[in-house]
Design a protein around this ligand. Structure first.
Ligand code: NAP
Length: 354
């Protein structure tokens, strides 16, 4: 299924009515390679026209194409071979498996398969080689489709900033405190009475996901076997009354302490395979460095660079570890739907779906 510039590839969205599903629809509506042909969700929604049943929460209008599409059940008889999954974790295990067994390529945001040894957990700029795990997955699970996952939204934002530094200087320890937007909890998510004028210092399962997913993404693949990155990660996760954009305060220790200027230069030079291949959803730069003393900020900056870059600022020496900084990323774009679409673009470009 290599990309033919005259013929778009039909794709579907599972969980099309949710927060992540809505972002998929926005990103796929005008996609140069993919044609949105199928929408699926729960039995609450299926059988209805999309615009009649979706609780649309995006700033942009529902794309014309999607408005009248009839939502189908999440059953593997959709007319496409690629599906993007924004499914609730309570159903993703069974539904995604059923699709992979029937030969579909599932690009998933759900947590269910992320830490499975034969499932790629990909951030396209960082570990595109992990896509190779799919061959092992297909042999082991005896299916012709595949499941490819992208990380938890906070882990994605963080790891884009870590990867170039780890490669050049060798990270030994990561301490991260997150300030996570409410859109990260789906809809209706956190009750307004809990979050308005408040900070909730607990997000179930989030700290564990940030810690272990970061080690898997920066791990090393040899043959079919992936060795986790050896550094330690300690995370605090907080929910804050912000609509979109996860902000994270990070401190790092390295094998050898780099100068602040070297760290900044390393981020500025960082480019990955999506940039080299000029994939349609690739940001020009995966990491943007801000020099203002009070930036990046979610409300002002979250939509910059199409929501696909991690934005760092306030880079300075840390008196406990070596350096510290803040990083901001769009949780439902780079942290979810945009990451899946970029992974799918790489898979198509590399011809692995053929
Ligand atoms: N929000 C984020 O920032 C973010 C970031 C990264 C990853 N994720 C992950 O992405 C997934 C979706 O998150 P979200 O925030 O978009 O959640 P959400 O707004 O609650 O949407 C969940 C979607 O799953 C569908 N669904 C629920 N039960 C179903 C069933 N029994 N059968 C078929 N479909 C069913 C819903 O369809 P109906 O509308 O028909 O019920 C809806 O389309 C989750 O696994 C989440 O952990 C979210």
């Amino acid at each position: 299924m290599s990309k033919n510039k005259f013929e778009k590839i039909p794709v579907g969205v599972l969980g099309a009515t949710g927060m992540v599903g809505q972002k998929f629809i926005l990103l796929l509506a005008e996609h140069p390679w993919f044609e949105l042909t199928e929408l699926a969700a729960s039995e609450r929604s299926s059988g209805n026209r999309y615009e009649d049943v979706v609780n649309w929460k995006q700033g942009a209008a529902i794309p014309e194409k999607a408005r009248g599409m009839v939502i189908k059940p999440c059953e593997p008889n959709l007319k496409c071979r690629i599906v993007f999954s924004g499914l609730d974790a309570s159903v993703a295990t069974e539904v995604e498996k059923a699709f992979a067994e029937k030969g579909y390529w599932v690009f998933s945001n759900a947590r269910n398969y992320r830490m499975e040894a034969d499932v790629p957990l990909m951030v396209t700029e960082i570990n595109p080689d992990h896509l190779e795990l799919v061959r092992h997955q297909q042999r082991k699970r005896r299916w012709t489709g595949a499941i490819v996952t992208n990380p938890n939204c906070s882990a994605t934002v963080l790891v884009l900033s870590l990867a170039p530094l780890h490669r050049r200087f060798g990270i030994e320890a990561v301490q991260v405190t997150t300030f996570q937007a409410i859109s990260g909890a789906g809809y209706p998510g956190v009750a307004s009475l809990d979050i308005l004028g408040n900070v909730i210092p607990f997000i179930s399962g989030e700290e564990e996901k940030i810690e272990c997913e970061t080690q898997k993404i920066l791990g090393t693949l040899e043959g079919d076997s992936l060795t986790l990155a050896p550094f330690v990660v300690s995370a605090h996760a907080n929910r804050v009354p912000v609509e979109e954009g996860h902000l994270e305060c990070v401190s790092l220790r390295f094998k050898q302490r780099p100068a602040i200027e070297e760290v900044i230069e390393c981020w500025r030079e960082f480019k990955g395979v999506p940039q080299e291949l000029q994939l349609p959803s690739a940001p020009l730069k995966p990491v943007i460095v801000f020099s203002e003393r009070d930036r990046p900020q979610p409300r002002i900056d979250v939509w910059k660079y199409n929501g696909m870059s991690s934005m760092v600022g306030r880079v300075r020496a840390c008196s406990l570890l070596h350096i510290k900084y803040v990083v901001l990323g769009h949780n439902t774009v780079r942290g979810a739907a945009g990451a899946s679409v970029l992974n799918a673009e790489l898979a198509v470009k590399r011809g692995v779906l053929d």
